[in-house]
Design a protein around this ligand. Structure first.
Ligand code: GLY
Length: 325
């Protein structure tokens, strides 16, 4: 945390300058970061490994970071054995699988869907919202109808094993919304393509056994995902309410814009949660990459890991955390 303290000290020194603070929020800040031009994929949790493989297959073949970020997480959405994303996701407390997702490209375009049911690939629908509508987010029945009109198939997403887990939960039906490292969730992905452009994606079935209608951070631009192609990108995983209250992914990227490293920015965004919110029972993890390809990751609790792929190597890495064990 020494480097974080140094960053904070430097920030204070800069913001002490009269008249600079207001202007610095709106203006494009100069950055010492030199844009990398080597394909790279970064994504949350162990399911990030196969997602990275697919993303890199696309990007290394000349595809865009946007295509990589979309198609990479679609592998996980389509896996019925994953209980936190797409088909097979654990349902809400009434037995409905409801999905949230968002996507953002290097030009600042964004699309999202939330509370979407019976469509396996919410990330692809989010991309359609971004590219084929004048809006950023469609919700619920409107999102489902839009998906059907776009040619997406309707299907039952509640698998037998997720149904069994829900029926087991119903025996106590205790509403105890905790996300910890055993109940991890979202896949968030950041890709950089051969031109050095960044894009990101985020998709989840959200909190298991949530209240019907609950939407988390994952489809909220700035909470679950943020991309600023001049500086960096960030994604979040964990208990969405905490990232929504602190606009965490935006905060990480904004800190990079202000001069923090990707690692310092993730640490500081977790510190913001610790300073302001009841955090001890909840897990939150941030993952970030700047335009130079430097990565950062930090969580509240130990146990958060992420997959990083570049130069033909795909690695699962344990993130550092605010609390230790
Ligand atoms: N981070 C996923 C959720 O809270 O729904």
């Amino acid at each position: 945390m020494t480097s974080r303290r140094k960053f904070l000290k430097n920030s204070l020194a800069v913001t002490a300058g009269v008249g600079i603070v207001g202007a610095s929020c709106a203006e494009k800040k100069p950055t010492a970061l030199v844009r990398a031009s080597k394909p790279k994929a970064l994504s949350t949790w162990v399911h990030g490994l196969p997602a990275n493989e697919e993303a890199m297959r696309i990007i290394s073949g000349g595809g865009s970071a946007l295509d990589g970020a979309e198609k990479g997480v679609m592998v996980i959405e389509a896996d019925p054995n994953g209980s936190s994303v797409g088909i097979g996701g654990l349902p809400d407390r009434d037995g409905n699988v409801t999905l949230d997702a968002c996507i953002m490209d290097h030009q600042g375009n964004a699309g999202a869907v939330c509370f979407l049911q019976n469509i396996k690939h919410p990330i692809a629908v989010a991309r359609k919202v971004m590219e084929d509508t004048p809006h950023v987010m469609l919700a619920g029945e409107g999102a489902r109808r839009f998906a059907l009109a776009q040619g997406f198939a309707e299907e039952n997403l509640l698998t037998e094993s997720s149904k069994k887990a829900w029926e087991e939960w119903l025996k106590s039906a205790e509403y105890n919304p905790i996300i910890n490292v055993e109940n991890h969730d979202t896949i968030g992905m950041i890709c950089q393509d051969a031109e050095g452009n960044l894009s990101g994606s985020c998709t989840t079935s959200g909190l298991a056994y949530k209240m019907h209608g609950r939407v988390g951070d994952s489809p909220i631009i700035g909470a679950g995902l943020f991309v600023d192609n001049d500086y960096g990108a960030a994604v979040a995983t964990g208990m969405g309410e905490l990232m929504m209250k602190t606009l965490g992914s935006f905060l990480v990227v904004e800190l990079i814009r202000q001069g923090a490293s990707a690692q310092e920015a993730c640490e500081d965004a977790i510190q913001r949660i610790v300073d302001k919110l009841d955090y001890k029972s909840f897990q939150v993890g941030y993952l970030a990459m700047d335009i130079a390809g430097n990565t950062g990751a930090f969580a509240i609790h130990p146990g958060f890991n992420y997959a990083e792929m570049a130069n033909g190597k795909n690695e699962l890495i344990d993130a550092k955390s605010y609390l230790n064990g």
